[in-house]
Design a protein around this ligand. Sequence first.
Ligand code: AP5
Ligand code: MG
Length: 207
Amino acid sequence: MRQLPEADMLIVFIGPPGAGKGTQSKRLLQYLNIPHLSTGEMLRHAKRERSAVGQMVAECIDAGRLVPDSLVIGLVSEKLEEPAYSHGCLLDGFPRTVAQARAFDEFLGKSGRQLDVAIELAADEEILVQRMLKRAKVEGRDDDTPKTIHERMRVFRSETSPVLQYYRQRGVLASIDALGSPDEVFGRIQAVVDARQQSSCSRGATG
Ligand code: AP5
Ligand code: MG
């Protein structure tokens, strides 16, 4: 795969459960050479801790509900302050509520950074449910049960889809079709990212 030089891009992946955020993150990280921040992975790690917070996180994840905004915002802000994340990052699964998106904007504003693009991975729910049920047999993720998948989808529609509108209004949303082979989907993501990089380069050249 062609690899671009290190780019200071700040990108968010938003999409329903099973849309391919994790799968496509791996490819995009390699392409852009930026670090990855997956709140799902961070929280699954926290879930394993034998603490009151770990217990609370486990209850939320296993029920398919969101972990409280304050906890997630705290974890993400702490991580983004680390030097490794100061030159761009791909966020997978964050922000997931409008409150998280606002807090993220505030955080970026304070550190003089801005989001380059929020990429929506859009796909038909029924197909995604089938993907996750298939994954359940191979990987055994605790939240890949039919009941929890249903709740995760409901939460996406009610809590996370308003974030799409939030970014659309700010002119940073790009929606791509997340159906097709992983290579086909990545091609669409690459086109979005390349176009953003070109437009920021030409802005830099003219201004
Ligand atoms: P999170 O870990 O973010 O899970 P999710 O959003 O439910 O999404 P998944 O990880 O299941 O799917 P994905 O989009 O990454 O797809 P993947 O590439 O794996 O969150 C889990 C929980 O943590 C939440 O429910 C919540 O409790 C908590 N949480 C996380 N973030 C939070 C936040 N910000 N605030 C509050 N709470 C938070 O692909 C899925 C499957 O499909 C795989 O088997 C893959 O191999 C396959 N696949 C991928 N692409 C394709 C393709 N093109 N064709 C065929 N199969 C494909
Ligand atoms: Mg994932």
